[in-house]
Design a protein around this ligand. Structure first.
Ligand SMILES: *Cc1c(COP(=O)(O)O)cnc(C)c1O
Length: 401
């Protein structure tokens, strides 16, 4: 596989700028994934079939979950999870404003009510004390997000769920693989949804996986494919038959064997990916912790983060530029960045439907204005990492107040 050249040129001062743009998060696909996809295309099973089944089994074994359900996205996983748990109109589901919109969108799809609870300042994951304040007799579920790969504080969240008889559905789009205390993410709440979107820690281009106990996964499986009592693979295989029944008005969220072929190969590379992610994080942390205007991300002692994102926070009072300008300067230095996320409560739909103001979630709002995500993926060369470090350091130094 080709790693980007580390070519640099002399700039007007002694700062050396990259000559090629460093993309924020490209997928890492090798000949092995390509061969697996081509091999699948040469068989008679291109949609949900034996490879999807094997991917589910290997993923469940990897996580240590009782069962797993492969889907076409994490969003689909969150949607079927809530549907399978019976969430419906009139129910309230508590989630975090610091997430991708799909976490809350699926609550809306079921005509239930999204209730937001602010995040903790260090991890930017949902604050259990704020969740407690939002629980009403209508609350049915809590949806924590393991932001950037760092697990939410699951012990108090599970305790609240037990006390108030609530379900816990985890958005683990960022947290493959992660641990909370001794438990692997994917084995704690009622159902957990992972993402294999192109930018995630492993990818199937589009895809997702739901983990949980056998019964909940069985219910979710029904909801994920039309509510049909037998799936297509069983029906059309030699021992199958033509009869099926629609028992709930389900969705069409199944994974294809083409995607599963990609996923099976990516899963074997996950350990190596994670080692590289951690090395990069260590190098970023060592460099940026020396710079007063920067705040490096936290990893609490009782967790192991999946390090999906490296979220740098600017101490704006020590800089003469804001976050938007900082990003523009990084772009001028050929460094791709992103912002995770525009808080959900600030998007027009949520703002208007629930009459929310940015300051209603003061931690989320304040942190949103000063965070940006730097490139963090296993394809980065040491030179790429050095380029990011020198560009960030140079901008922080030049615009120091
Ligand atoms: C990517 C992402 C999702 C959605 O994943 P898809 O597989 O694209 O549906 C959900 N939540 C968070 C926090 C994400 O980053």
């Amino acid at each position: 596989m080709e790693l980007r050249s580390a070519s640099v040129s002399n700039h007007s001062d002694d700062f050396r700028r990259r000559e090629t743009f460093l993309p924020f998060s490209p997928p890492y696909i090798t000949e092995e994934e390509i061969a697996a996809v081509v091999d699948t295309l040469r068989t008679d099973w291109i949609t949900t079939g034996p490879k999807t089944k094997r991917f589910e089994e290997e993923f469940a074994a990897y996580i240590g979950a009782e069962a797993a359900l492969a889907l076409n996205s994490c969003t689909g996983g969150l949607h079927v999870a809530l549907a399978a748990l019976g969430i419906r109109e009139g129910d309230e589901v508590i989630t975090t404003p610091i997430t991708f919109a799909s976490t809350a969108n699926v609550i809306e799809h079921l005509h239930a009510t999204s209730v937001f609870a602010d995040v903790e300042p260090d991890t930017l994951t949902i604050d259990p004390a704020k969740v407690a304040e939002k629980i009403t007799p209508r609350t049915k579920a809590i949806m924590p997000v393991h932001y950037a790969g760092h697990p939410a504080d699951m012990r108090p969240l599970m305790e609240l769920a037990r006390q108030h008889n609530l379900y816990v559905v985890e958005d683990a789009a960022h947290s493959l693989p992660a641990f909370y205390e001794e438990q692997r993410i994917g084995t704690i709440g009622d159902l957990t949804a992972f993402s294999f979107y192109a930018t995630k820690n492993i990818t199937t281009a589009e895809g997702g996986m739901l983990t949980g106990n056998g019964e909940r996964i069985q219910d979710s499986r029904l909801w994920s494919l039309h509510g049909m009592s037998r799936d297509a693979w069983q029906r059309y295989s030699k021992e199958g038959n033509w009869f099926y029944e629609i028992v709930v008005p389900g969705f069409k969220y199944n994974m294809t064997d083409i995607q599963a072929a990609l996923g099976l190969v990516q899963l074997t590379r996950l350990q190596a990916f994670q080692q590289r992610r951690r090395q990069i994080v260590d190098r970023y942390n060592a460099a940026f912790s020396q710079i007063a205007a920067l705040q490096t991300p936290t990893e609490r002692p009782n967790v192991e983060s999946a390090w999906h994102l490296y979220v740098l926070r600017l101490k704006l009072e020590q800089l003469s530029i804001n976050r938007a300008r900082f990003i523009e300067h990084l772009k001028d230095h050929n460094i791709g960045t992103s912002v995770h996320f525009i808080p959900v409560h600030m998007h027009p739909y949520y703002r208007e439907r629930y009459h929310l103001k940015p300051e209603d979630f003061p931690v989320a709002y304040a942190e949103y204005q000063r965070y940006l995500s730097l490139p963090l993926h296993p394809r980065l060369s040491d030179q790429d990492v050095d380029d990011v470090i020198s560009a960030v350091s140079e901008i922080a130094r030049r615009y120091r107040r």
